[in-house]
Design a binder for this molecule. Structure first.
Ligand code: SIN
Ligand code: FE2
Length: 217
């Protein structure tokens, strides 16, 4: 059988992979801008620190989060929402740095969403052991906007499924600089991130950072 020939080898990673209709993975799309993105994340998190938010059910999330832009995604015992104020600092969220906006609009254009102008960026920090269970991004106002997701640091396994929670999921390794975009017919696809394996990334260290750009308001 031909497949035996390739057993144990990494699958070939092409520059672009279609995950589903309207959903595309742009390999290495942000790698040249990674240093700028990391510096910008440092500035944002100095003003609005990473924190482990609580779900409406009372579960403390293993992924630490912060936000920038006009609004940020917040969860607490009262539910999920977008808020222009960081509930922890009581201050307006930091503005979205230009370097982040540029990466988001470039990737969206390449993926077929040239009009996307994000107003919110959720920044996720995964330390080894952290995971994000299968969910839909459905708190944004206008589902005509795609989600643009930029990965930095340690590799993670991304799960991308269908419109129903029980639909089969495909798995993709997301590496430093990879950008995933899902919109149109895929906008409400279930997705998640499997438990982060331990490791040390040469630039980012012992963590994975992820930026998701959204049209929230
Ligand atoms: C998310 O679903 O908001 C984050 C996805 C990721 O960390 O890759
Ligand atoms: Fe999500």
């Amino acid at each position: 059988m031909t497949s035996d020939l390739f057993a144990g080898l990494e699958p070939k990673q092409s520059a672009q992979e279609n995950m589903a209709k309207g959903a595309i993975l742009l390999r290495g799309q942000a790698v040249a801008r990674a240093d700028d993105l990391l510096a910008a994340i440092g500035k944002v998190s100095a003003a609005s620190p990473f924190r482990n938010m609580v779900t409406p059910g009372g579960h403390v999330m293993s992924v630490a989060m912060t936000n920038c832009g006009q609004a940020g995604w917040v969860t607490d015992r009262s539910g999920y929402r977008y808020d222009g104020i960081d509930p922890q600092t009581g201050q307006l969220l930091p503005e979205m740095p230009e370097s982040l906006l540029t990466v988001a609009t470039e990737a969206a254009t390449k993926a077929g969403y040239p009009d996307f102008r994000p107003d919110a960026c959720l920044i996720n920090r995964y330390e080894p052991g952290a995971r994000l269970s299968l969910h839909q991004d459905r708190n944004e106002r206008d589902m005509a906007n795609p989600i643009v997701s930029v990965s930095l640091g340690l590799p993670a396994t991304f799960q991308f499924g269908g419109l129903k929670r029980n639909d089969p999921v495909k798995k993709y390794a997301l590496l430093h600089g990879d950008v995933a975009v899902w919109g149109g017919p895929s906008r409400l696809c279930y997705h998640g991130v499997m438990m982060l394996k331990d490791g040390e990334h040469p630039v980012v260290g012992r963590m994975r950072l992820n930026l998701t750009f959204r049209g929230a308001l």
